[in-house]
Design a protein around this ligand. Sequence first.
Ligand code: SF4
Length: 408
Amino acid sequence: MTAPIHTTNLPQSLLQATEPIEHLLETASLYLHVPFCHTRCHYCDFNTFAGLLPLREPYVRALLQEIALVGEQSRQPDGRLRRSRTVFFGGGTPSLLTVNQLTRLLHACFASFAIDADAEITMEANPGTLSLEQLKGIRSAGINRLSMGAQSFDAGLLKTLGRIHSPEEITQAVQSARAAGFTSLNLDFMFGLPDQTMQHWQQTLDQALALRPEHLSLYSLIIEEGTPFFDWVHAGNIIPGDEDLCADMYEYADERLRSEGYINYEISNWALPGHHSRHNLTYWQNLPYLGLGTGAASSFANHRFSNERDPDTYIKLVKSGQRPTVEDELVEKEQAMSETAFLGLRTAMGIHLPTFEQRFHQTFAAFVGDRLHFVDQAGLLEESEDWLRLSTRGRLLGNEVFLRLLPD
Ligand code: SF4
């Protein structure tokens, strides 16, 4: 699918590196995985489990232990706690934890890491699991951003997806979040769903925009192996939206959102000025992050590693004092350069060339060599004020540009 990003009108706060790269490389964003869901949605292949709610407290205790362990092991060389600019409770459904459990986890993060006073602290939530009382509790605990998996305002489509909430519960959840004091909300929606028409999509966007969330993430449906959707598609029981319809839906959404003041700062993400997700930008700028909990992935100190995926085994490993890491890969400099370029070019800002050079002690031009000449001549890139980004034509050709530009 083509994915145009409009780079005009980006706020300076997003375009400029906010801090020198050497400072940012010393930080680590924190991701805490909560692997519990009421039921499994029909399209989902995340590391989440239904029917394991009795494990919540033992899991939280193990996570508390892992936070302390990783905090200790990731201290700065001079012994100071590792600085963190963002904390993200993801899942799964973190809103299935009690306020007490979420508060303990957050306190543990503050005890084991040097978390910025103005840190972005996000919790993912399922609109069918939220009450006003709970929202007030988590807001008081320090969570200042809520990301809700709304997916659609069409009751029939929500049922097809296997979601547990109704369209009305999305609106109620947003109203309760506002009443609880949240001023930074993200809503996720999906397009390209089976039997979803352009009219469904337009109505969903109308209702979403009426709630004026600060951030919207719009994803096209991907049929993942091992999910009920995969089996149903192969049996011919459901037919996802075709590529052309998906492209039309994306373009419609982009134009509509931009006309309402949202900035498309990454392929699938739009934000009102000042409300881009700092946590997700950590990933797209290839900055360090530490993932805690089952299956969580980390990128830290030139290593990429991930945790045991099974909650029972994870709890046992942590309880016995072991690190629950199961995979660990050294990231060579060349690979880190390629990934930084690839991830940067997916964003509206592109690659900040002086930062790239500072970070890798090599210019981007020297890194890509003759390949840059070819891509440049074809008009696939544009450069302005130290930033290199895909041109409109480059964006339309998407993966082709990455293949031609970056080493294998
Ligand atoms: S609520 Fe989210 S994490 Fe849980 S099964 Fe559904 S899509 Fe997956």
